[in-house]
Design a protein. Structure first.
Length: 762
């Protein structure tokens, strides 16, 4: 197997190759180091270490994983294609001899552009979040501190297996691993009932999606006879199943992607399985940043992008992609629904949680609209600015004793020591709102929205996403203007338990601010973050700007460096509609029917914006006409206008004229909107509906089965046991050991027999 080359049809870019490597490689250290760190943290827990040692071990090992990933990527970059590393045969199963079916799951890695992109930002962001957590969690130094970092490292190990694995079984191991670790981390405060409930909710809801993934894995194996990525992609690109039959018109061609899609919806919190993610805010803020930014919630996007050759293999008679159409619509509905809920919340971390659900909807819409590049670019940019937003909110929560209600915080930018948090929060908000030109979020989000107006049937989705972009800008800056601007005011959260001396000192120093505005709590002194938190926030702010040239054509590549990574992976897909930038997409089936894959024609290897550049250089079109006909150009203007309107609305309703933290101009609009704000604040009663329609009926059914089990099943078993016991109880007096009793019994028996004989004779 060493040195064997397989054509690019196995999942690489056109003209590239899949290189197979046997034995151990330094790449294996990327997941192994976090695993070793997890074991070390558990050892510290056993030994009762009460220092920051677990944090520094975590930061050091994760930084090592990042450095190894970076160095390995740099050595890969010149060759492109995919490297398949087989470390050892993990699960060899065979039946029926040589002719029977066999399953071979190797513990190995499939490293193409998609894998390298994910691992670079997963390990990099995990290192930064661990450094942040070293300060954020220092109040709990001891066993809790060790337990947190042990689960943290195990989480990164699981995510590494999910992304790097060269087969679906290893992906499933990582998939379930991040689910377990999310349960442990969300429920970290296990004495808090709401945290325990949130952890159980996340675990159970994810099991629904995981069932779909497991069934998809089983069906993939029975269809192709393998679970190795390179072998699956080779068969898909050849249009065959494992038995040699055609894949294109088989029921497996749509059933496998549909099952994998269910798994992706659960892990990435898409409608209707999104309800677990906002409640995950019960975990410590570093957990929120880790789960929501770069790791667990992007696993569903990764799964569909990784298996995109299979998702795009089934094309309907009208030239559409049915499964991907479902993905696009679910993503659009999720984005809009989460945005409406986020607009009505007051908990700033929960608002950011709903923004994560909404932005994940954009990513899924991008996948469904055949723009794998747009979806992955948004994953990349979102990882940086969403981690920044959560960690900035965490700094506020940490400094104000757990306070997260935007009605009880105001003017933080003006307070000493809070300048870095305020500045970085502004950077994150600008990115999430998609502020024009200067933010990476603007470019990645617009790529998806523009594709909606290129792909047939996507115009309605594009309108929904454009509307959601305006709502996102509004609720994002609603948080910023309420918390960081306006009059100075703060009230501590429920975690404030200062000593009498601290309260007296705080009262003397901060009873009133320099402008004479009373603070919300005279006996509380908020503590500004120290070097670790501030450093991480500044680095993430810089990275959110660094991402701009990486996702645009400024570097001379199509969609920048990140787009080139997608181009060199199994996620590469050259939409047949991308080169038609008019509002009306082509209707001919031949342009859309690309069964089984899209890599065979070099002429179709032009990404969407490459055609846009080609249109720019064509002298036969007027410039104005070209802009109007090309959504990839006019979308920049449209989204800019919508986003700026949302920011302006937030500025007018939540900053201008506001004299206190608790109220704003927006409150005057509530009576005109009827019950809608209350419904949105109550999350459209989706949880209540699930409780009424699913949980309670299942609970009642469980009680019915409990009674059946107790009365019928146990009754029959108990009756079977009662009969011999009753017989034995009746015979017990005859075995008392008293001789005259035996004599009486014998005489009675003889008399009874004589009586019977006499009756028979007569």
């Amino acid at each position: 197997m060493m040195g064997m080359l397989v054509a690019a049809d196995a999942g690489g870019a056109a003209g590239a190759a899949v290189r197979l490597h046997e034995g151990f490689d330094v790449v294996a250290l990327i997941p192994v180091l976090p695993l070793l760190a997890s074991v070390a943290c558990l050892g510290a827990w056993v030994m009762g270490i009460r220092s920051k040692t677990p944090a520094w071990v975590t930061v050091g090992t994760l930084a090592g994983s990042f450095v190894i990933a970076l160095m390995s990527f740099l050595s890969w970059r010149g060759s492109g294609g995919a490297d398949v590393f087989s470390v050892y045969d993990w699960i060899p199963v065979a039946s029926g001899g040589d002719e029977g079916p066999s399953l071979l799951a190797r513990f190995g890695f499939y490293m193409d552009g998609l894998s390298w992109l994910w691992m670079l930002f997963v390990t990099g962001l995990a290192t930064l979040i661990a450094l942040y957590a070293s300060e954020y969690m220092e109040h709990d130094k001891g066993r809790g501190y060790c337990r947190f970092f042990a689960a943290f490292c195990l989480f990164v190990f699981s995510m590494s297996c999910l992304v790097m694995g060269n087969n679906l079984v290893l992906l499933y191991l990582g998939w379930e691993g991040v689910g377990l670790c999310s349960y442990l981390l969300i429920g970290y405060f296990y004495k808090k009932p709401s945290a325990v409930a949130a952890a159980k909710k996340a675990f159970i809801v994810n099991r629904i999606g995981d069932l779909g993934l497991a069934l998809g894995l089983f069906l993939t194996f029975t269809t192709f006879g393998t679970i190795q990525y390179d072998e699956i992609f080779s068969l898909v690109n050849a249009g065959e199943m494992g038995n040699g039959l055609a894949l294109a018109h088989s029921w497996q061609a749509w059933a496998i992607p549909a099952l994998l899609m269910i798994g992706a919806f659960g892990k990435s919190a898409q409608f209707p399985l999104y309800v677990w993610l906002p409640d995950a805010m019960e975990g410590p803020t570093p957990v929120s940043a880790l789960i929501h930014a770069a790791t667990m919630v992007t696993a569903g996007v990764y799964l569909i992008a990784r298996m995109f050759p299979l998702f795009s293999a089934y094309v309907a008679e009208d030239g559409s992609f049915p499964v991907l159409t479902v993905v696009a619509w679910v993503g659009a509905i999720t984005a809009l629904l989460a945005a409406t809920i986020g607009m009505a919340q007051f908990d700033i971390k929960r608002i950011m949680a709903y923004s994560t659900v909404s932005q994940l909807g954009y990513m899924f819409a991008g996948l469904g609209l055949l723009s794998t590049t747009g979806a992955v670019l948004h994953v990349f940019t979102h990882a940086f600015f969403k981690a920044l937003l959560f960690l900035a909110c965490g700094a506020v929560m940490h400094g104000f004793a757990g306070q997260l209600d935007l009605r009880k915080l105001s003017g933080l930018r003006k307070m000493p020591g809070w300048g870095i948090v305020s500045f970085t929060m502004l950077i994150g908000c600008l990115n999430l709102a998609g502020f024009p030109i200067i933010t990476s979020g603007f470019f990645s989000k617009d790529t998806i929205m523009a594709e909606a107006f290129v792909t047939p049937g996507g115009k309605a989705i594009g309108i929904i996403l454009l509307l959601t972009a305006g709502m996102t800008a509004y609720y994002t800056f609603r948080v910023y203007f309420r918390v960081f601007e306006g009059p100075e005011h703060f009230e501590p959260g429920d975690e404030h338990h200062g000593s009498a001396e601290e309260e007296h000192a705080a009262h003397e120093a901060h009873a009133h601010d320099d402008h004479g505005h009373a603070h919300g709590h005279e006996h509380f002194h908020p503590h500004a973050p120290k070097w670790a938190i501030n450093t991480v926030l500044l680095v993430l702010a810089v990275l959110s700007f660094v991402a701009i040239p990486l996702v645009t054509g400024f570097t001379g590549e199509h969609h920048g460096w990140a787009g080139g990574m997608v181009h060199d992976s199994s996620a590469r897909f050259d939409s047949p509609f991308a080169k038609h930038h008019a509002m009306a997409a082509p209707q001919t089936n031949t342009s859309a029917r690309i069964i089984p894959v899209q890599h065979e024609e070099p002429a179709h290897a032009t990404p969407a914006n490459e055609d846009a550049h080609a249109a720019d250089s064509g002298g036969h079109e007027a410039a104005g006409s070209s802009v109007l006909e090309d959504p990839h150009k006019w979308m920049y203007l449209a989204s800019s206008v919508v986003g700026l309107i949302g920011i302006a609305a937030a500025w007018w309703l939540h900053l201008v004229g506001r004299t206190e933290a608790a109220t704003s101009r927006a409150d005057a609009l509530l009576p005109f909107m009827g019950p809608i704000p209350k419904w949105a604040q109550d999350k459209w009663y989706v949880d209540e509906f699930y409780d009424f329609a699913i949980r309670r009926p299942l609970r009642a059914l469980a009680h019915v089965f409990h009674l059946i089990d107790k009365l019928l099943v146990d009754g029959l078993v108990n009756a079977a046991g009662f009969l011999p016991r009753a017989i034995a109880h009746g015979l017990k007096p005859s075995q008392g050991g008293v001789l005259h009793g035996y004599a009486v019994g014998m005489a009675s028996g003889i008399a009874f027999l004589l009586l019977v004989i006499l009756v028979m004779v007569l």
